[in-house]
Design a binder for this molecule. Sequence first.
Ligand SMILES: [Mn+2]
Length: 357
Amino acid sequence: MRLMHIADVHLGCRPDVGFAWSGEREEELWSTFSALVRECVRQQADLLLIAGDLFDGCPSLRELERADRILGSAESIEVVIVAGSADFLREESAYADYEWSPNVHFLKSDEPESIYLETLDTTVHGVSYYSAIRRDRVLEDLVPDDEGEIQILIAYGGDQDHCPFDLKRLQRAEFDYVALGGRHSCRLLAPGNIGYPGSPEPLSPAETGKHGYIFGEIGREKSRFTFVPFSLREYVNLTVRVDAATRFKDLKNKVRQAVASCGLEHLYSITVDGSFPPGKPFELDELRDVGRVCAIEDKTVPAYDMDKLLDIHRDDVVGMYMEEFLRKPSTERAQQALYCGLNALLQEEEQDDDTGA
Ligand SMILES: [Mn+2]
């Protein structure tokens, strides 16, 4: 039996709000979801498991119909869904009593339930959320029954606020596979048949790295589960070093090259580290047009020659200020404060010089 396991798709979510590509990303969550279902067919999977947070919130009827059209189009594939913390069920919602296509099975009770899929001789056990937080340890009590040859648990949670469980207990229950949801990055847990696929598309700059799905084969002798990268885009952290001799043009070229070699389709957080000529900081905002840049962090400091400055200002307030800082162990914060103060003091001195005071 071949299965695809996805979770945390968050349809309806609009990542990177405020950026030019935000609307496009919202649509890409849908197109990747469609592509996943087509991939399921192409890979001749028998079963698609969706372990919570298919939607970013309580879906509208339109969103339900759109998702159902996609899932219903793969009529040869049995689909099992549970609701997670983001798309928890509200009694009066369209989500709670929507009639899905015949191949789509929604385990929508807040009590554990199971479905026996006759053609696959497989039983899938699961439970849904009716609030964003659920602290009972309901998953730990679930055990295989003797109906299906293959026994699967589909479960959302694992942290303190979302159906916490002891991994050892889950392992001891001896399901053939435990399809988890609720983490946005992939994690396969020992002995390899328990896993979080993560979100198929990353949803925020913190969600760096590969995103995709878990594909599994359950056999009589041997089973195998692997993570398969599938997302259209990734969030990438890029750090570039500069020094006082770096020209802005060269810095921009360096960033442009790095972005081009990583991939223009990706979404970047750029950190610039190093130093700039005192009084002439780089205009880092101008790096925004090298690609899809979500954030720029400026970690540059002015390239003061401390020894020389101390020598010049031995007997004035600037020297006293510097000595006060240099006496203490240097932390990043203290450094920042030192440079800020130094900037202000030296600028004041320059103005005094200009006005002849
Ligand atoms: Mn989620």
